[in-house]
Design a protein around this ligand. Structure first.
Ligand SMILES: O=C(O)c1ccccc1N[C@@H]1O[C@H](COP(=O)(O)O)[C@@H](O)[C@H]1O
Length: 245
């Protein structure tokens, strides 16, 4: 990252083609996400990952999205394309998040499903062990996917939170609603997948460009989009900053 470490971070997730990835990079996405979860229409096979991720060439930070991964899968993913961040989008406990972070030496972003205030009860515990937190809509019981469902949630549930970690918003964001979302909740970043697609798993370069532009415009309207300035240059020692309040 450059010197502007206070700006809103934009993540485009679920990239699996060169065309879509290039669109995200050219649009100026800060983070590009690759889903390795076979049930997802955005699943990227590890055999294809190295060539695709090589296109990033340092223009953005790379994120591997995994759901309750075991050690073997984590090792395979890290060996395949050395992601900068691991996004854990399953039911990983705080202890599991801490163990993964310690073992693999990558920044960890823990996704928390939100439908009610009670879903935030564990936020302080996760903030103690994760480098950043991502809020997503809680899926219906029995849903095929734990995320990537293109569903928003009540953003006010996550308004005004400060747990000493960067916070990102996701869940049903689009170029049309990201400005509204950021006017209601000040976040360090936004993350989108379905909202920049023409069909599940089929990214639209035009929608990617529109989303990044809309997020940037919205952030420009709020010169200090977050009171939580943060740097995104790699894992840091979390212990001195831990505040569980
Ligand atoms: O995108 C997926 O297929 C996916 C699968 C399993 C877990 C998470 C997934 N996506 C992530 O979910 C959020 C919200 O996505 P959307 O914009 O509502 O589609 C985002 O972080 C995706 O990366």
């Amino acid at each position: 990252m450059g010197s502007d470490d206070r700006r809103l971070e934009v993540k485009i997730c679920g990239l699996k083609t060169a065309e879509a990835l290039d669109a995200a990079l050219d649009a100026g996405a800060d983070l590009v996400g690759f889903v390795h979860f076979p049930k997802s229409p955005r699943h990227l096979a590890l055999a294809e990952a190295p060539a695709l991720v090589a296109r990033v060439g340092g223009r953005a930070r790379t994120v591997a999205l995994l759901v309750d991964p075991d050690e073997a899968l984590l090792a395979e993913v890290v060996a395949a394309f050395s992601p900068d961040l691991l996004q854990l989008h399953g039911k990983e406990t705080p202890a599991r998040v801490a163990a993964i972070r310690a073992r693999f030496g990558r920044e960890v972003m823990k996704a928390l499903p939100v439908a009610s205030r009670a879903d935030l009860d564990n936020l302080p515990a996760y903030a103690e062990v994760a480098d950043r937190i991502l809020f997503d809509a809680k899926p219906d019981p029995g849903a095929l996917l734990p995320g990537g469902n293109g569903r928003p949630f009540d953003w006010h549930l996550v308004a005004g939170l400060d747990v000493g970690r960067p916070l990102m918003l996701s869940g049903g964001l689009t170029a049309d609603n990201v400005s509204q979302a950021l006017s209601e909740v000040r976040m360090d970043g936004v993350d989108v997948s379905s909202g920049v697609e023409d069909a599940p798993g089929v990214k639209s370069p035009a929608k990617i460009r529109a989303f990044v532009a809309a997020a940037r415009r919205a952030a420009a309207g709020f010169p200090d989009p977050s009171a939580r300035a943060f740097k995104a240059d790699g894992p840091e020692d979390l212990s001195p900053k831990v505040r569980a309040s």
